[in-house]
Ligand binder design. Structure first.
Ligand code: BDP
Length: 510
């Protein structure tokens, strides 16, 4: 079906394709031999995740068994995954156990650019009951975000009891507070706020929950950027008496932002230095987690904060970015990745009421109709168009990476080899649960095509299956995953594949 939106996307893609193909002449040749031993990290079956604002619960019909369109897209993205509820709006929701429960008194907060206005909303038992049914229907698990900024231990515990009972096994763990490292902006006194004061408050809330829900598990600290908080917390942890059960250390990641920042562009998003920074952060986070016998999860992130940037967040470049980003974190022992999104309204509210990307499009002269043809927020993995839900390019990248879920990664130096050969490409390999070996090559280069000889080992034999992650161009608003119809056989354990510029390829053998 060629919807109006798809038509616009195709038209935009064709122009862009012509422009970006001009330089596409060079071809780089590389040989990669796949190690036999699976010595890398295990990638959990529910590695793939999405993140939504808690405010999404203000409409109890959104996450409900009735919302079949959304359920379909969740399943299309992954047969098992983790839905994380949090975001800036999680600090402004309050638990309303009964229809006649009174709205509590709220503390004084400051209004600052980029943070939500102090508009409170109720989270109700109906919303949580519907959420439980939604999770059953999708077979996804949930990281449930309880507020910290304006909440009390008593209310947090009250909500947690109901959530734990309703969500049952589908509750992965509780998260308390969103991006507390930024609370000094609007929610706490900047003179006293630190990782230490955060931890004291967090312990008061988590302990109140654990008294009422003894089996409660937690992920924390969900920082926006201060990964040093993970190190500080891990170092303080042994001195905490009877600590609550923390299974996961968490942080967020946005490549850059906001939309008006000219540095947020496709070449910068895809360049190797961007992933080197990701790797550095991952090393710090993983070291902290191993001190606490926990794992790391990137619980909220995307290409561009404050709702994304049109032309970067909603195009095929975002698919190559999310595939690479997810596999890099998987190979750094992360338990998963949750890409942020949802409805335009909930995310606009989370950043103060409007999306800077809209102002950018208006300034470019786009009409209201053209602007409405973009996903809102611009980075959302699943877009809402009227009553339709649509998987966006960034979700295709996550899905592509998610094909390794349940497998064990093979330690390789493939990405270094490819980049040394002069192409902006990365590659990852995994032993899949069924015993097959699979390699994903992401050619992020805007110009150079790649020819790779893959050596699966002398006695490897059988048929080779390939899948491609592709689109007409890096800046087209579409993405496809196509399975090749013809299957070739390994010859002396080897096969040679071509990975055109701006394309991902998955090769599975054995
Ligand atoms: C994060 C917030 C989230 C926002 C997002 C954004 O947790 O609520 O939607 O940034 O800026 O910092 O897009």
């Amino acid at each position: 079906m060629l919807t109006r939106r798809r038509f616009l996307a195709t038209a935009a893609g064709t122009v862009a394709a012509a422009r970006l193909h001009v330089h596409a002449q060079s071809k780089v040749r590389v040989a990669l031999s796949i190690p036999r031993e699976a010595t890398g990290p295990h990638m959990p079956v529910d590695f793939v995740g999405l993140s939504y604002e808690v405010q999404q619960l203000a409409d109890p019909s959104f996450f409900s068994a009735q919302n079949s369109g959304l359920i379909r897209e969740f399943q299309a993205l992954s047969s098992a995954g983790v839905l994380r509820l949090g975001g800036n709006t999680s600090e402004f929701g309050y638990w309303k156990p009964k229809p006649d429960s009174r709205e509590p008194e709220h503390p004084q907060v400051r209004e600052v650019v980029g943070e939500p206005k102090a508009q409170y909303y109720a989270v109700t038992p109906e919303a949580v009951r519907n959420l439980a049914e939604f999770l059953q229907a999708t077979r996804w698990n949930c990281i449930y975000g309880i507020g910290m900024g304006t909440n009390t231990p008593a209310r947090a515990a009250e909500e947690a009891v109901f959530v734990a009972e309703r969500l049952g096994d589908r509750l992965h763990y509780f998260q308390i507070g969103n991006e507390a490292d930024l609370f000094d902006r609007h929610l706490r006194d900047p003179k006293t706020w630190s990782a230490k004061t955060y931890l004291e408050e967090w312990l008061a809330l988590a302990r109140a929950i654990a008294v009422r829900v003894p089996a409660a598990k937690f992920g924390m600290p969900d920082v926006a950027g201060a990964v040093s908080w993970l190190t500080e917390i891990a170092d303080q942890w042994p001195s905490i008496q009877a600590p609550p059960r923390v299974t996961t250390l968490t942080h967020h990641y946005y490549f850059g932002g906001p939309a008006t920042n000219p540095e947020v562009n496709i070449p910068n998003l895809l360049k190797p230095a961007t992933m080197q920074k990701v790797r550095n952060t991952a090393n710090i986070a993983s070291a902290a987690a191993s001190k606490m016998s926990a794992r790391v999860r990137m619980t909220e992130g995307n290409t561009c904060y404050r709702g994304g940037k049109p032309g970067v967040s909603d195009v095929f470049a975002a698919a190559l970015w999310s595939a690479d980003y997810s596999l890099l974190l998987a190979s750094s022992d992360y338990s998963g990745v949750n890409l942020h999104g949802g409805t335009g309204k909930s995310v606009a509210n989370s950043v103060g009421g409007f999306l800077p990307g809209d102002a950018l499009l208006e300034a470019k002269g786009e009409t209201a109709e053209q602007i409405a043809a973009h996903p809102h927020p611009f980075y959302t993995p699943i877009a809402t168009f009227g009553s339709d839900y649509l998987l966006e390019p960034v979700a295709y990248g996550l899905k592509f990476a998610g094909s390794f879920s349940g497998g064990t990664l093979l330690k390789t130096d493939f990405s270094t080899k490819l980049q040394d050969a002069g192409v902006n490409a990365t590659a990852y390999a995994a032993k899949l649960p069924g015993g097959h070996t699979s390699v994903i090559i992401l050619n992020k280069d805007a110009a150079a095509d790649l020819e790779v000889e893959l050596d699966f080992g002398r006695d490897a034999r059988g048929v080779v299956h390939t899948e491609t992650l592709h689109a007409p161009a890096l800046d087209s608003r579409e993405a496809y995953i196509t399975t090749s119809a013809k299957a070739e056989s390994l010859k002396q354990g080897k096969c040679t594949v071509t990975v055109p510029h701006a394309t991902g390829l998955r090769v599975t053998a054995g």
